[in-house]
Design a protein around this ligand. Structure first.
Ligand code: FAD
Length: 395
């Protein structure tokens, strides 16, 4: 029978195996994952799991009943496409179709590799190591005011740690959001009792202290680094697979890679978006849910519709539910529904009158309605759209 091998047992890998079965694939499915743990969901790692409100976040999937072979604690180390073989730490695995779903790995702060008390937050093991750090309740320095930095800071403040956040840019989420909408978020740090140092760079980490480039020293019982993630594709070097400058596997609109019978999905891939006229790499949970359906459809009948989603993600930080849908790059007009001084507000981006993106803080209905309008390519009336008492609707 046809054998599909999935390399990487995170959200995208697990969903690929599930989607194959849902779509009637009757061949063999093998899911290979480097981590020893039962496949698990990552978003809770910086939320409930970190706070000790949940022990773990294993996916509720009966792999055996679905006839999905799990090989955990096995790392893919290379790919020989001509032979249709995946190399692993436990020997070669033959495939008819390979799906690369190895996700992303966190960027390490230079000079801190292997340093004790310097932590990353990507895996269940990372979260398990951070829980006692929170329990000790001492001074924590967070490097990076991105999504992970904000969520970790929230948990650390809830645990009673003194938190200093060191951010090189002038505001939080500088890589993700424009200044107007990210600026109000700086106040959330202060409100939680964390100290946010923007325009600040780490020069050196020593046991017990972080030294900044401007000469300041911040006490640090522990350091948590959240400065981004890169596609975990190093193992594909030498395979001949096409990779982009960001390290992503560059796939086509059906998530096929440059190698025959090899797909890529989730955080490790980039794909051409006709909707946005550019290649997208989306490091969010929803992309690891939707992409696998395209991959499975293409494996099952060879003609999946183009994968061209409206990106969506959420974050839970400082007691707020933050959601974003769309892609605001190049959108000309920014509209506010409510004021960022209010507990709940929404920002909308319009491109030539058409809704391009929505950022909702504590306004999930705006997100749901906005996302539908974006998917439909609908124009909105800027005056009514700016009135938070009126539901978002097309013009
Ligand atoms: P991953 O989840 O990274 O899974 C890849 C798997 O492949 C890993 O288990 C890895 O061990 C394994 N692997 C890597 N290399 C190899 C190899 N060579 N051989 C075998 N296996 C390998 N997104 C949101 O939208 N909202 C959120 O609130 C949110 N919170 C998050 C919180 C945290 C702490 C993190 C880390 C991420 C969060 N995300 C969130 C992002 C979301 O979790 C990711 O987009 C999603 O996990 C991507 O799934 P993936 O399967 O592509 O990659």
């Amino acid at each position: 029978p046809h054998h599909v091998v999935v390399a990487g047992a995170g959200m995208a890998g697990v969903q690929t195996a599930l989607a194959l079965r849902e779509q009637g694939f009757t061949g063999a499915v093998t899911l290979i994952g480097a981590e020893p743990h039962r496949p698990y969901d990552r978003p809770p790692l910086s939320k409930a799991v970190l706070l000790g409100k949940a022990e773990d976040s294993a996916f509720d999937v009966d792999f055996e009943a679905l006839d999905i072979t799990l090989r955990l604690g096995v790392e893919a180390t290379g790919l020989r496409a001509a032979a249709h073989e995946l190399d692993t730490g436990q020997g070669p695995v033959a495939y008819d179709t390979l799906v690369v779903a190895t996700g992303a790995g966190p960027v390490v702060l230079p000079g801190t590799e292997g340093a004790p008390d310097v932590h990353l937050l990507r895996t269940l093991d990372d979260a398990a190591r951070l829980r006692p750090v929170l329990d000790r309740g001492h001074d924590v320095v967070v490097v990076g005011a991105g999504w992970i930095g904000a969520e970790f800071t929230t948990a650390a403040r809830a645990a009673g740690c003194a938190v200093t956040v060191v951010e090189a840019a002038g505001r939080p989420l500088a890589g993700a959001l424009p200044a107007e909408v990210a600026a109000p978020m700086a106040a959330w740090y202060a409100e939680s009792g964390a100290r946010l140092l923007t325009g600040a760079r780490v020069a050196r980490v020593e046991p017990g202290a972080v030294h900044l480039a401007d000469g300041r020293t911040v006490p640090a019982g522990a350091v948590v680094v959240g400065i981004g993630a890169r596609p975990a594709t190093g193992w594909l070097t030498g395979s001949g697979i096409a990779l982009g400058p960001d390290g992503s596997v560059t796939a086509d609109a059906a998530l096929r890679t440059s190698l025959p019978d090899v797909y890529a999905v989730g955080d490790c891939v980039s794909f051409p978006s006709a909707r946005y006229g550019e290649r997208l790499a989306v490091h969010h949970w929803d992309n690891a849910l939707q992409g696998p359906r395209t991959v499975a459809a293409d494996i099952v009948d060879g003609r999946a519709p183009a994968y061209d989603p409206v990106p969506y993600f959420w974050s839970e930080q400082f007691g707020r539910f933050v959601q974003y849908a769309g892609h605001h790059t190049g959108a000309g007009t920014l509209l506010w529904r409510g004021s960022p001084d209010d507990p709940a507000w929404t920002a909308l981006w319009l491109r030539e009158g058409v809704l391009a993106a929505v950022l909702a803080v504590g306004r999930p209905r705006d997100l749901t309605q906005g996302r539908k309008l974006i998917e439909a390519g609908a124009a909105v009336d800027p005056v009514t759209a700016a009135d938070p008492s009126v539901p978002l609707k097309s013009a």
